[in-house]
Design a protein around this ligand. Structure first.
Ligand code: F6P
Length: 341
């Protein structure tokens, strides 16, 4: 078989580990051939490919980013996009496709599968918000990067008696904020799933200042106050209709200063959370996903995404994986709330 591989959406530590595992097992065990598509769905849409063989995947296991490149190109928004992709796959002699991506990339994969393309998905996102899998690779790395930053913020916050805010990624789901905040001993954690009360946040800040510690507030970029409390800025939209976020940390700092009279500053971790080398956990998870993805292709089982359930890798329908986002349940947030203030 000749199999195409692509990586779409925001990049994520562990993408290269998946590509390596797919190719190593696909060539070494099954004798398949591979072709890499450049920059997510842009590759199959425009017919841009790169060679993908054992040589191309040597040495990439610990490397961040993706050797195939990525983009947020949405072929469903382009007239005749699906037909173009089908034509280019046929022209490249591709029998099946492995799409490594998050909700958007796998949503496109599902639509292509419905129209006859043989596709298997691999769940990727630092946000950990994909349904049908317990964890996505990249999440553990992002959390560890954020925890290291929070540990460092604690000591400087205490020296200067400041409230320090750490803004992390998480557009619709607060998984990174929840895990990093819990592991980093945050004073309060704010997530998109639960609109926050600014008066309560300020009360937590004041109470932390009563101790010898300084408050660290971990806020997900998609968190927002209860209606009417603060006005948020709106940014540009991308091809999947997502607004460009960022700015909640700064706004919080201003409000906290205004309401408590204490100095407050913000650190936005941004793309640092997505860059660089994956943790050992993510390397192993990404490798196991890659091995199982090529198995699914070899077995002729398409329209599925490989998924982690407990410690097993299983196959879930792409429909189930993309029908809704996996957000933080109320009970998980309540566990963290015990430590607020
Ligand atoms: O999709 C993952 C993510 O990390 C989101 O949390 C974030 O909003 C988005 O990527 C930002 O990505 P970019 O700046 O590449 O558009």
């Amino acid at each position: 078989m000749r199999i195409g591989v692509l990586t779409g959406g925001g990049d994520c530590p562990g993408l290269n580990a998946v590509i390596r595992a797919v190719v190593r097992k696909g060539v070494g065990v099954y004798g398949h051939e591979f072709v890499g598509f450049c920059d997510g769905w842009r590759g199959p849409l425009e017919g841009e490919t790169v060679p993908l063989d054992i040589q191309a995947v040597r040495g990439i296991l610990p490397r961040g980013g993706t050797i195939l490149g990525s983009s947020r190109t949405n072929p469903l928004k382009i007239e005749g996009g699906v037909e173009k992709i089908k034509g280019n796959l046929a022209e490249a002699g591709v029998d099946a496709l492995i799409a490594i991506g998050g909700e958007d990339t796998l949503g496109v994969a599902k639509r292509l599968f419905d129209q006859g393309v043989k596709v298997v998905g691999v769940p990727k996102t630092i946000d950990n918000d994909l349904n049908a899998t317990d964890y996505t690779f990249g999440f553990d790395t992002a959390v560890n990067i954020a925890v290291e930053a929070i540990d460092r913020l604690h000591t400087t916050a205490e020296s200067h008696h400041r409230a320090l805010i750490c803004e992390v990624m998480g557009r619709h789901a607060g998984w990174i904020a929840l895990h990093a905040g819990m592991a980093g001993g945050a004073n309060v954690i704010l997530i998109p799933e639960k609109p926050f009360d600014i008066d309560r946040v300020c009360a937590y800040v004041e109470s932390r200042f009563q101790t010898r510690y300084a408050p660290i507030i971990v806020v997900a970029e998609g968190a927002h106050p209860i209606e009417g409390q603060m006005t948020l800025q709106a940014g540009e939209l991308d091809a999947f209709g997502h607004v460009r976020l960022g700015g909640i940390g700064e706004m919080l700092a201003k409000e906290i200063e205004k309401r408590t009279g204490k100095e407050a500053r913000t650190t936005v971790l941004g793309h640092i959370q997505r860059g660089g080398t994956p943790t050992a956990f993510d390397r192993v998870l990404a490798t196991r996903f890659g091995l199982q993805a090529i198995d699914a292709v070899h077995d002729g089982e398409f329209g599925v995404m490989v998924a982690l359930r407990g410690t097993d890798i299983v196959r879930a329908g792409l429909g189930e994986a993309t029908k809704e986002l996996k957000t933080v349940p109320v009970g998980r947030y309540e566990e963290a709330e015990v430590f607020f203030g």
